[in-house]
Design a protein around this ligand. Structure first.
Ligand code: GLN
Length: 283
């Protein structure tokens, strides 16, 4: 039998040998999942002997992770904005980069002088954007839209899990959207079709292609949003879009053509262009 600490190190080695980039983080996530142990508890108990059954389970999951299954598909969850989201092969795994998009909308909403704000999250997937906005903006009315019924099933479970009220609608982009919103937010698929091939195995093999593929030039969904979102935005409302790090100029141009004003580019934590934020004041 080995100690908890030596077992965790063994897991890290196994993942490193398998070429897993975030071996240390992933070994810990699997360890936490199997042993139901916080970091603090682990530090106190690190020299204690590890339970045999759990040891076996942990090594089994490390072997599974070594085959490039995303760690989130093994543990079933991903943290986003301090909340926990269920994930599976039907939804994009929430990315930390997307948090800046949520933060920007929360900041904008805080300056509106009313808490009564309506928000549409287009391509909601796991619902991570819609649900965290509903969580932070307690009085907002939030709607999440997606073409995939299976994604919406997961989004509904996530809303319930996090104790927020969100409406979810199945629609191909704006087809079944009605009414007017103060905010339209979206993290649409934006990878160029030909670049999907070069993504990490975890993404390419296990995340839904429909959540990644932005068409030939990666801009397909931004074109639809630039053309259609304005019909559903209130005057003075805002449009907040996540973008690929090299898409700021092209997406800005699409929005300018559609008459959006005061277009702002916001960077993510690593310093890459990540969000295009625009307001609408049609005359
Ligand atoms: N809105 C979800 C997210 O940001 C899903 C996005 C998508 O499927 N492209 O994670």
């Amino acid at each position: 039998m080995q100690t908890l600490n030596s077992l965790l190190q063994r897991g890290r080695e196994l993942l490193t040998e398998a070429g897993i980039t975030d071996a240390t983080t992933d070994a810990w996530l699997l360890f936490e999942y199997v042993f139901c142990m916080s970091r603090c508890e682990f530090l106190l108990k690190r020299d204690e002997k590890a339970d045999e059954e759990k040891t076996e389970k942990f090594l089994e999951l490390a072997a599974l992770r070594s085959t490039r299954i995303p760690v989130q598909h093994i543990t079933g969850v991903q943290e986003f904005m301090g909340l926990e989201f269920l994930v599976n092969e039907n939804v994009l795994i929430p990315r930390q980069d997307t948090e800046v998009l949520v933060e920007k909308v929360v900041e904008w909403a805080g300056n509106q002088g009313t808490e009564d704000i309506s928000i549409l999250d287009m391509c909601t997937g796991s619902g991570c954007i819609a649900i965290s906005l509903a969580w932070f903006l307690k009085h907002a009315k939030v709607t999440g839209a997606d073409i995939s019924e299976k994604a919406l099933e997961t989004a509904r479970k996530n809303a319930e899990r996090n104790g927020v009220d969100c409406e979810f609608i199945r629609t191909d982009m704006f087809e079944k959207v009605s009414g007017k919103y103060d905010v339209i937010v979206s993290n649409p698929p934006y990878i160029r079709s030909r670049d999907i091939e070069d993504l990490m195995a975890e993404v390419k093999m296990h995340e839904p292609p429909a959540a990644l593929d932005g068409g030939e030039d990666g801009l397909g969904f931004y074109r639809i949003i630039a053309r259609d979102a304005r019909k559903f935005l209130k005057d003075g409302g805002c449009l907040a879009l996540e973008i690929g790090f090299d898409q700021a100029a092209e997406v800005t141009a699409l929005l300018e053509e559609s008459g959006y004003e005061s277009i702002e580019i916001i960077k993510d934590l690593p310093g890459l262009d990540r969000v295009v934020f625009a307001t609408k004041h049609w005359r």
